[in-house]
Design a protein around this ligand. Structure first.
Ligand code: ZN
Ligand code: ZN
Length: 372
């Protein structure tokens, strides 16, 4: 049995390099050699202690790797998308396992697989529980039965492929704004609708690129950072609005850009409570607000529920994405004309995972990738 290096978060605010003994790969399992793992905002929240989790954890769920060892029964024990897999193939995997098929949500709402209470999620599990490592900040990762495996198309570069997980979030956020199925009734997202994206971090940027990819006519981006707004322009935003300054002024600006009505759709990706409140202020009457940013809980904000009634609003949340969203994400990454290659601002060796987490979200950084 070989021992390998992994970055272990032993407690919030503390990461150390540890030697981890690789266990044997079972018949329905595989060993993945990690090529690159992106640092997610949620890794930063985990580091900041915003998530009650069973430490120690080997985090990392935005990963690309090659199959080093494939159990003979993996094809039966895993969900494999994109054709049969072999050793040496480049793949990615969703953080979540397949659903249990038995819980209340699986039985009543199989169309919402992220509500299943019988899934496990790698990158968030204790590294004291075998097998380890089950996170991407590691040289190798042990994928167990019930993993979702997506083959990476040959023409997709590693730099784009490592964005599959955040692109799954972004494509689902956009799909959450789709209308009830009849394009001409004027509800929901359509080509000639206007969308305001609040927050231009990695998820906001990808949301803009997805909106642009599907041909949205008017995309407005808002953020505090000038460099992020500049990048939003490259990703396909038609107008950018600085998020500093009084709300009244920003409301005026956005109203002027949308014929005095307000955007049809607002997608909140900042994860800042007051920005959710502002989403309700910005959106037009009869519009849709999609809340993406608050995957963890940074606190609350005062809102006047009257605005939800007065505007006759649809507010749509999202808890991650169904695993098959990875297929949509890979298709988007393969075909998008946005300069997604500008996304990776820092590449660090595994030993500098902690520094990467500190860099994430700072001015001048977009996606930080750990390359073991
Ligand atoms: Zn992520
Ligand atoms: Zn279930």
């Amino acid at each position: 049995m070989a021992s390998i290096q992994a970055a272990v978060m032993t407690a919030p605010g503390h990461i150390e390099m540890r030697e981890v003994e690789l266990g044997p790969i079972g018949g329905g399992e595989l060993l993945l050699k990690i090529e690159g793992t992106g640092i997610c905002g949620s890794d930063k929240h985990m580091y900041a202690g915003h998530m009650g989790l069973p430490f120690p954890i080997i985090p990392g769920h935005e990963l690309v790797g090659t199959i080093e060892e494939l159990g003979p029964k993996a094809a039966d024990a895993m969900a494999i998308v994109g054709g049969p897999i072999r050793e040496g193939d480049r793949i990615t995997t969703t953080p979540s396992s397949t659903v249990c098929g038995r819980c209340h949500y699986c039985l009543h709402m199989p169309q919402r697989p992220t509500l299943c209470s019988g899934r496990y999620v790698h990158g968030f599990v204790s590294s004291d529980v075998a097998p380890a490592p089950r996170g991407g900040f590691s040289q190798y990762m042990h994928l167990t039965e019930r993993s979702w495996i997506f083959k990476i198309p040959d023409e997709l570069s590693g730099d784009r492929a490592v964005l599959t997980e955040p692109a799954a979030v972004a494509t689902r956020a956009v799909e959450r704004a789709l209308g009830p199925g009849i394009p001409h009734i004027g509800e929901g997202l359509g080509m000639d609708q206007s969308v305001l994206v609040l927050g231009a971090g990695p998820i906001g940027q990808l949301v803009i690129a997805v909106l642009s990819h599907i041909g949205t006519d008017l995309i407005i981006a808002s953020d505090l950072s000038q460099s992020r707004l500049e990048m939003a322009g490259h990703m396909g935003a038609h107008h950018v609005v600085g998020a500093e300054g009084p709300l009244e002024e920003r409301l005026d600006t956005v109203q002027n850009l949308t014929g005095g009505i307000g955007p049809d759709i607002v997608i909140e990706t900042a994860g800042v409570p007051v920005v959710f409140k502002e989403s309700l202020d910005f959106v037009r009457r009869g519009g849709i607000v999609v809340e993406v940013g608050h995957f963890t809980d940074p606190g609350g904000v005062d809102i006047h529920p009257n605005v939800v009634c007065f505007k006759d609003l649809d507010i749509r949340g999202m808890w991650a994405y169904p695993a098959m969203q990875f297929k949509t994400a890979l298709s988007f990454l393969k075909n998008s004309r946005a300069p997604l290659d500008r996304f990776i601002t820092h590449r660090l060796p595994l030993e500098e995972t902690e520094k990467g987490i500190e860099l994430t979200g700072s001015e001048g950084s977009m996606k930080v990738v750990v390359e073991p």
